[in-house]
Ligand binder design. Structure first.
Ligand code: ADP
Ligand code: XUL
Length: 511
């Protein structure tokens, strides 16, 4: 059996798979807000941060590791787990002094992880992916390296507020003495993996590419980016390595305390999006994943590291080899809910019957579907922009919003240069047949819906099995199945309509 952990914004979850039966045999989760109320972080981060700062308490993550293993081991024998791999929210970082290695290497089962590790922290709190406080640092790094295009060419993304490099630079500027004392910087994913391994493990190319520090050609830390970020940084970073690397055996702490086998291996960790690429069975180009959550995200495997000339999209390492694109759209369900509430509708207006009231292409009525600031395209919208009257019938508004969202997604994913052959749809809004059909029509590709709620956790368990010799295709065939009857085919007669709507949308956006 193989164990996958996912340390996300709100919870630490664990999932055990049995490749022989093709089944998930155990799933447990620790909710940071509900299970660890002492950290006063109901949504997994410290509320009330100023100037865009969003930090979490790393001691909460340490305590959660003990808690999740207590839950896992309760009435379940962890002795047959062959390997474990972790996934984590991307970009977040933890800072430790030079006592970390000795502490990791001598963890005592009688004591807690938090009690033994928190003394090594040189920064009390960890900036996470929701943090937007580093605008100034992004500008400084960009100027030092020679502009957006150069940062993007090297690292796969322009300098981005939540990415780890700009966050490290901000720490160096705010507290140079604490930065100086810092001997090791970990990502959330590599930290959890290091605790399991009882030593600092390398950072994989999937999560490493979310730092604005990894050079996508050399797959090593980039000297120009390191220098532009903070002094002496290379010595503070773990090595960068492929995600298939086996880091070593699990720490004795987990053997004694929770009954893991001494031979259980720890595979390098990766970020939650790269991990979901594995868990959604989308590690080969042609299959794209669209997640319709609070925000919408688009990601897909790519062979060569092509970057977004406009600088909105990102390129990360694909845990199965090669690369992946990731594009985030801030106004996802946020916009769908805003229009629904503004017009006093319910989700049925966004479903098949509701959409049947208007034709594909909406007779040319288009909307830039943004109720607030957007990151793809990066612009400070405060309301949607329409090329038709704002008091038009509700059905026309809904179609304009949804078509606008997916035309925007199609337009801003063209830089990848791959035609979507299959779309795997996940997230809350994916259950809506009307929305799912519209995605199929606008991208002219079949859509499959996934029942798996925890694609990142499943991806971690699959990666653990893969690193130990199981064939990834076979694993994905067994575990990454679409929900029965969930497949939708594109209506081919809408292809021309949406090709011209795309041109219309692009013109409206430029205007
Ligand atoms: P996240 O993980 O980002 O919190 P989820 O993937 O759980 O989000 O998706 C939750 C969202 O799904 C809700 O905010 C809601 O807007 C949307 N949603 C749920 N059901 C429907 C539906 N039938 N049609 C459209 N959107 C829906
Ligand atoms: C990706 C990003 C988020 C986090 C969520 O760039 O910031 O998707 O990984 O956990």
């Amino acid at each position: 059996m193989f164990l996958g952990l996912d340390s996300s914004t709100q919870s630490l979850s664990a999932l055990v798979i049995d490749p022989a039966s093709g089944e998930i045999v155990r799933e447990v989760s620790v909710n940071f807000g509900a299970d660890l109320p002492a950290y006063k972080s109901p949504s997994g981060f410290i509320p009330g941060g100023k100037n865009g700062e969003v930090h979490a308490d790393p001691r909460m993550w340490m305590e959660a590791i003990d808690l999740v293993f207590e839950k896992l081991a309760d009435g379940f024998d962890l002795g047959s787990i062959e390997a474990v791999a972790c996934s984590g929210q991307q970009h977040g970082s933890l800072y430790f002094d030079d006592t970390l290695e000795a502490r990791l290497g001598s963890l005592k089962a009688a004591e807690s992880l938090e009690g033994q590790l928190s003394g090594a922290l040189t920064r009390a709190t960890a900036p996470i992916w929701m943090d937007t406080s580093t605008g100034e640092e992004c500008a400084e790094i960009t100027a030092a390296v020679g502009g957006n295009a150069e940062v993007c060419r090297r690292s796969g993304s322009i300098a981005i507020e939540r990415f780890t490099g700009p966050q490290i630079r901000r720490f160096f500027k705010l507290d140079p003495a604490a930065y100086e004392k810092t001997a090791v910087i970990h990502l959330v994913s590599s930290f959890v993996g290091s605790v399991l391994a009882g030593k600092s493990i390398a950072i994989d190319h999937g999560d490493g590419a979310g730092m604005n520090l990894l050079n996508l050609q050399s797959l090593d830390w980039d000297d120009a980016l390191l220098e532009a970020t903070a002094p002496g940084l290379r010595a503070k970073l773990p090595a960068a390595a492929p995600g298939t690397t086996i880091a070593g055996f699990v720490a004795e702490y987990f053997v004694e305390k929770y009954g893991l086998n001494r031979d259980c291996q720890v595979v390098l960790s990766t970020g939650d999006n790269p991990s979901s690429l594995v868990g959604m069975g989308a590690t080969t180009p042609g299959t794209i994943v669209i997640s319709l959550g609070t925000s919408d995200t688009f990601f897909a495997a790519m062979e060569k590291p092509v970057t977004d000339p406009q600088g909105f999209g990102h390129v990360f390492g694909n845990p199965a080899g090669g690369f992946m694109s990731l594009i985030c759209f801030r106004n996802g369900s946020l916009s769908r809910e805003a229009l629904r509430d503004e017009l006093g509708l319910d989700w049925s207006a966004f479903d098949r019957d509701g959409l049947a009231k208007t034709p594909a292409g909406n007779e040319g009525k288009l909307m830039l579907p943004f109720f607030g600031p957007e990151i793809t395209p990066r612009r400070d919208f405060d309301a949607p922009v329409r090329n038709f009257p704002a008091d038009a019938p509700a059905a026309e508004q809904v179609r304009a919003l949804l078509e606008g969202q997916f035309l925007n997604m199609r337009l801003h994913s063209q830089w990848i240069g791959e035609k979507a052959e299959l779309i795997r749809l996940t997230g809350g809004a994916s259950q809506n047949d009307g929305i799912a059909q519209l995605v199929a029509d606008i991208f002219q590709a079949p859509v499959e819906r996934f029942a798996i709620a925890n694609g990142a956790g499943l991806g971690a368990a699959l990666r653990a099995a893969h690193a130990c010799g199981h064939d990834l295709d076979t694993l994905q065939e067994a575990f990454c199945k679409p929900a029965a009857g969930s497949r939708l085919e594109p209506a081919e007669d809408t292809a021309d309509t949406y090709a011209s709507a795309l041109a219309g949308y692009q013109a409206l956006l430029s205007a």
